[in-house]
Design a protein. Structure first.
Length: 305
């Protein structure tokens, strides 16, 4: 083996990350998260990208075999490790402990429950499980989502959708519960606030920014009788893994608890199943289990005691 390391470069290495993560992916995610997990974060406005140069590859010749990266915050570290290279676990954790900035938060190692070599090495170094996080997944081979679209709503063709309406839906779906207010997108905010255009850029960064592997045509958007977008569900189709990676999903508060999210996911079921998808991701909310998601991925969050 000719093992070498390489620092991540955001302008040139997206494809290298994607190759490694799709190469080693399995539906149990026992070798690390699915490829869209990293790419969705790296194109999102909420992620601090000041330190991505410290993300590191391990390569055997030109073959990527390991990758250490953070999501948000920089003290939260993830690992991807190709089977057969488990001997790198100690070196990778050692790098994560020393390379990234040491702010006032302790280093947290985020490992999939099946990453046995990394978990064993982490525990040997004094890490213990702080908490576990389970995300529901839907297996198309075990069931079907078939929830109808409620009366008074209609689907919007993602290819011809209005990006400003999508931005408003995402903003209100994810933020209005915190602020108690909806954004008026028709006029700029006053007193030095952000204009609607600037808000649009911030909110839609994660879904409409240039990304080599995003599949925006599979987005599901639901509008009300006034043609306002009230439910948004993004979809990353990864054909090499037969994976339908759903991200993000939101419904604006005034339209919640009406079955819109279930209808959106049912629309994904029909489209992605026909393409050959075997699994669709969800989230940690019990909603997913309630509508028929059958299994979970478990992430172990480890910290030193």
């Amino acid at each position: 083996m000719n093992i070498r390391t390489k620092q991540f470069h955001i302008l040139t290495d997206i494809d290298l990350v994607w190759k490694l993560m799709t190469d080693v992916y399995n539906h149990a995610e026992s070798n690390g998260p699915a490829a869209p997990f990293f790419e969705y974060a790296i194109i999102s406005s909420w992620m601090d990208k000041d330190y991505v140069r410290w993300n590191r590859f391990w390569l055997d010749g030109d073959l990527p075999v390991g990758f250490v990266f953070y999501e948000q915050p920089v003290t939260s570290t993830y690992f991807v490790l190709r089977p057969g290279y488990e001997f790198l676990a100690g070196e990778m954790i050692g790098y994560a402990e020393t390379a990234y900035p040491k702010f006032d938060k302790p280093r947290e190692l985020n490992l999939m429950s099946g990453q046995a070599a990394l978990i064993e090495e982490a525990k040997r170094r004094g890490y213990r499980i702080d908490y576990e996080e389970a995300d529901y997944i839907f297996d198309f081979r075990k069931g079907k989502l078939d929830y109808p679209l409620p009366k008074g709503y209609h689907f919007v063709d993602a290819k011809t959708s209005d990006p400003l309406k999508s931005a408003r839906c995402l903003w209100n779906g994810f933020n209005s519960e915190k602020t108690g207010e909806f954004v008026n997108w028709e006029i700029p905010t006053k007193n030095g606030g952000l204009s609607p255009h600037e808000l649009y850029q911030n909110v839609l960064c994660a879904t409409l920014s240039p990304s080599p592997h995003a599949t925006y045509d599979y987005t599901v958007i639901i509008a009300d009788e006034n043609d306002e977008y009230v439910c948004f569900s993004g979809m990353w189709w990864v054909p090499e893994n037969r994976l339908a990676y759903m991200e993000p999903l939101c419904t604006v508060p005034a339209h919640q608890h009406k079955g819109l999210a279930a209808a959106a996911l049912s629309r994904h079921d029909r489209v992605m199943r026909a393409l050959g998808a075997e699994v669709m991701t969800g989230g940690g909310n019990e909603f997913y289990k309630k509508i028929g998601y059958q299994d979970t991925h478990v992430v172990l969050h480890l910290k030193k005691v």
